[in-house]
Structure formats: C-alpha cells, structure tokens
Ligand binder design. Structure first.
Ligand SMILES: [Zn+2]
Length: 255
C-alpha cells in the first residue's frame, strides 16, 4: 500500500498526524464533481458546478474525519497513526503497528463507520432544520448529498471484507473466538478476496447490461481491494513471523 501511495503531497499536520493527498485523488474528485454537477443540473450550469465542488470538498473532508476517528481510537490503545491520506478510492490511515488485542482492533475499526453514521445523522438533522426554517435550497441539497454519502460510506465500510473496517471487525471476532491471529487473518482475507471478486464481476455485469462505462468503477474498486487484501495479509503474516512492527493500514473506499 505504501508503494501504491508513493508520491503523495503532504498538506499539513493535525493532532500530530501528517495529512496528505495522492495525485490519484484528483481523478476521483473530478469524477464526483462531474456526477454531482449532473445531479444539481436544475440549478443551472455555474451554480450546479459551484455547489458540486463545495459538496465534493465537504464529502472528502468527512472522509478525512472518518480516518481521524480511527486514528484517535487507535491512540487510546497505544497505536500511533503515521499518516492520513486521500487517494483514488477514498482515505487511508496508516497505523504504525497492528492493534494489540481483538478488542482494540474491533474498536479502532468500528470508530470510522460510527463517525460516518453520526455525520450522516447530523446532516439529516440539519436538513430537517433547514426545511422547517424554509431555508436555502442550495444548503438543503448540500446536506442531503452529505447525509447520503456518509451513510453509504458507513455501510460500505462495514462489509466484512478485510482490510476494510468490517473485515477488521470480522478478524477481531475470529481472533477473539479462536485465539489465533494468523487464522483470523487468513479467514478475513479470504472474505476480502471473495468480496473483491464479487464486486468486480458485478461491475462487468452491470456495464455489459447497461452498455455504460460507469459500473466499471466497481471492477477497479474490486481490483484495488484485492491488492489491498493481499498486501495487508502479507504485512500481518510478516509481523507474526518476526514479531516486529510492520505497518498496517486501514482503507476507506469512498465511492
Ligand atoms: Zn474506516
């Protein structure tokens, strides 16, 4: 994963954690802006584009907040976070060591989706308030899009596919039940590979039936998850073998 994200541009440091952007993020940012501009087309060209840019920036900001939720809970368990980066498939927090216990791993993994769900709820509440006040339609559209995007982010990341958050919760559960970290990593990695394969096949199938290119995004996402699964599995095995502190990662596909 570190090799895939080589070339990231560091934009600052927050709570002692470096925050950066990989150039590939510009591609997904442009894609999201394009999709949102189409969604907001009723507003008219320039207004639609401006609101799309603001909404996309706010969404990727909430992806970074999701990553910080992982990082802050990790810190409580004595696990340092080296960096948080945005890239083609969302956000990634790189932690210095594997979590020390199943409970720690589950708590760290769950923190991100919980944070996204809270953000979705807050945006939904804000939308209600704006509606009651007879407020600004642009703000209502922004809040509606953010509520939906954060809800999807929370739900998607809870899918039990290692190394996504749900896959890490699965690994923590198996680790706790069997007391075998390596076996838990193998099982959750298999689930991750199965999910990646299913996602890729779904993308190809949808593209075939709809004669559109957009579903091929799922194929790319499946490919990325399979690479991430293999690399995370190798890192976990290496750590187990040497008893060292191989870097581990948490990933948040955003679309
Ligand atoms: Zn996450």
């Amino acid at each position: 994963m570190a090799q895939l994200l080589r070339g990231s541009v560091w934009i600052g440091r927050c709570l002692g954690i470096r925050v950066g952007i990989h150039p590939s993020w510009l591609l997904v940012f442009a894609l999201v802006v394009w999709m949102l501009t189409n969604s907001f087309a009723d507003l008219g060209g320039e207004h639609a584009l401006a609101l799309a840019v603001v909404t996309a920036l706010a969404f990727f900001g909430s992806v970074v907040v999701h990553e910080f939720a992982h990082a802050l809970v990790a810190r409580r368990f004595g696990v340092a976070t080296l960096s948080i980066r945005l890239f083609l498939f969302g956000g990634v927090a790189t932690i210095a060591t594997e979590p020390p216990s199943p409970g720690a791993e589950a708590a760290i993994a769950f923190a991100g989706p919980l944070c996204s769900a809270v953000l979705a709820g807050a945006c939904g509440l804000g939308l209600e308030i704006v509606g009651h006040l007879g407020g600004e339609p642009h703000l209502a559209l922004l809040l509606m899009a953010l509520a939906a995007a954060n809800a999807v982010l929370a739900a998607f990341n809870l899918l039990p596919a290692f190394p996504m958050d749900g896959g890490r919760i699965l690994r923590a559960t198996v680790w706790r039940l069997r007391g075998d970290h390596a076996a838990a990593t193998r099982l959750s990695s298999l689930a991750g590979m199965g999910f990646a394969l299913a996602l890729g096949l779904m993308g190809v199938g949808l593209a075939w039936h709809t004669h559109r290119w957009e579903p091929l995004w799922y194929l790319a996402l499946g490919g990325f998850i399979s690479i991430a699964t293999i690399q995370s599995y190798q890192q976990a095995c290496c750590k187990t073998a040497v008893g060292g502190s191989e870097a581990a990662s948490q990933r948040k596909p955003a679309a």
